[in-house]
Design a protein around this ligand. Structure first.
Ligand code: UN1
Length: 509
């Protein structure tokens, strides 16, 4: 098929979706920032970058909106998020398709991402009636001590191309029920899905009726605009998802002005396959974890440790899976692996594979695949057998490379597993209860997510999501992650007729 014919169709399809979602064409028809689809590599729009002054104004507006929104009872704020969930349900097919167009995901993954948005809305609606504080026993008679959770302010959200809309929704849904306004700086590589998500929220806002103007805003621009958000004194929390390099810049800037950070940075996620593992199950989990989303999840499986007693059973089967996996245009085929985001991602992958060979690695796959789109970068996922846990294995390369290593000793493999900078997700495959429990114990995996008999990726929204060490330490999404979006006050109330001091101090004047 002629390349230019397909190109037009992706661009037109994106425009038709945006029309349906109510995004005016003028929003993406002019400007210096080029929106593109990694599926064909072709342009899908052009957007104008905001100036720093415009971005500052947007943040000030969001602050004004916060001053009103914080006084709306939390369950009523929850109603807005309930409506957002309804609008997302109605828009699921369109937005899922647009995620595929803009991030290159296969259809079920594009739709799955929108499902994550819906799930977090449901979670946040329930949460809007459960922003509980404790009542605490006081040492003084006639006193009561309690804690109250209050809204925090403007919440800055910086998101990456690979989960262009779900990560925004995790933050937006919690921030809104917690009484905050939101300002979103999406990746420059996924601006159309950002415009679409904002339009969907605007529909919900319209139905809701009484929300203050400027409650949710989007900043279009490059790094300089992100810096305006990170440095603005009226932004008490920035939740940033991206590379560890980005976090090394954002974290200290926020710390300097004592703002909070939720950092969700790199992952170099490991899996251990033990002698007793259910190998059929492990094989499927490894295949999805390592090749799914073309290796472009922060939870992607990147390092696999296989016990020497089963290595020759499992690894040949894995190789077969790698050889036979379908790579192709996710909109025109039923391929399981779509494109890399861009040329830089492809080059980084090739560089890592060269380094792996220099360290004695044997590489299967990794080559570019021609699917008829010259400007797009499709690759065969790479399976790399490594003699040692070293070199490129220790770094995250955002591409489908799985390094496989043999192990013999359980303590040593746990040590190797933990011997990388990142600490996001991890998994073990075993039917041995001692190994499973040890992996999730204090001296087991050092990651924020430690799974048994499921893969490293595809976490549900109900759990807190995030990781340790160079992953940044932040937690988003479920469990009690909401607390980061509120400020806690401890209130001691004296309803007695005297003023006893704590710790028995006397100070009689
Ligand atoms: C990310 O890649 O930034 O656990 C988030 C997962 C998804 C989220 C990934 N629920 O793979």
């Amino acid at each position: 098929m002629n390349v230019s014919v397909k190109t037009v169709s992706v661009t037109e399809e994106a425009a038709a979706i945006l029309d349906r979602l109510g995004v005016a064409r003028s929003r993406y028809s002019e400007g210096d920032i080029v929106a593109f689809s990694p599926i064909t590599g072709q342009q899908t729009g052009k957007l104008k970058a905001m100036s720093s002054a415009e971005a500052t104004e947007v943040i000030e507006q969001a602050h004004e909106a916060f001053l009103t929104w914080r006084l709306v009872p939390a369950p009523k704020r929850g109603e807005l998020v309930r409506l957002l969930g309804e609008e997302l349900r109605a828009a699921k097919t369109d937005l899922g398709r647009l995620v595929s167009i803009e991030a290159g995901k296969i259809p079920s993954e594009g739709l799955g991402e929108v499902q994550e948005m819906i799930d977090i809305c449901d979670f946040a609606v329930g949460l809007s009636r459960q922003l509980y504080g404790l009542t605490i026993a006081t040492e003084r008679p006639g006193h009561r001590m309690m804690e109250t959770w209050h809204p925090l302010g403007v919440i800055g959200i910086i998101s990456a191309f690979n989960f262009p809309v779900a990560v925004w929704a995790w933050n937006a849904a919690l921030a809104l029920v917690c009484g905050n306004s939101i300002v979103w700086k999406p990746s420059e590589k996924s601006l159309l899905t950002a415009l679409a998500s904002q339009a969907i929220l605007e529909r919900a806002l319209k139905r809701y009726g009484e929300a203050p103007e400027g409650l949710s805003q989007v900043l279009i621009g490059n790094r300089a605009i992100g810096e305006v958000l990170v440095d603005h004194p009226k932004v008490p929390l920035v939740s940033a998802t991206g590379s560890t390099r980005m976090g090394r810049d954002v974290g200290p800037r926020l710390a300097k002005r004592f703002a909070r950070a939720i950092l969700e940075l790199g992952g170099n996620n490991g899996g251990i396959v033990c002698p007793s593992a259910d190998l059929d199950m492990a094989l499927r989990a490894i295949a999805f974890g390592a090749m799914g989303t073309a290796g472009q999840r922060c939870t992607t499986l990147r390092r696999l440790f296989v016990h020497e007693s089963i290595y020759d059973q499992l690894v040949p089967r894995l190789k077969k899976a790698y050889e036979s996996v379908s790579v192709g245009d996710p909109l025109q085929s039923t391929a399981l692996v779509g494109p890399l985001i861009d040329k830089i991602a492809f080059e980084n992958m090739q560089k890592a594979l060269v380094e792996a060979k220099e360290h004695g690695g044997t590489v299967l796959g990794g080559q570019r695949v021609d699917v008829g789109h010259d400007l797009a970068f499709y690759v065969k996922p790479a399976l790399v057998e490594m003699p040692k846990h070293e070199g490129p294995v220790l770094e995250e390369t955002f591409a489908p490379i799985l390094y496989v290593m043999r192990y013999s000793d359980f303590d040593a493999v746990i040590a190797d597993h933990n011997a990388v900078g990142a600490g996001l997700s991890s998994s073990i495959f075993t039917l041995d209860m001692r190994e499973a429990e040890r992996f999730v114990a204090a001296d087991g995996s050092d990651c924020g997510i430690a799974n048994v008999n499921i893969g490293t990726s595809g976490a549900e929204i109900g759990g807190a999501f995030g990781g340790e060490k160079e992953t940044g330490g932040g937690r988003e999404s479920g469990s009690d992650a909401w607390r980061a979006y509120m400020r806690r006050t401890t209130n001691t109330i004296n309803y007695s007729k005297s003023l006893p001091l704590a710790q028995g101090v006397s100070f009689d004047i």
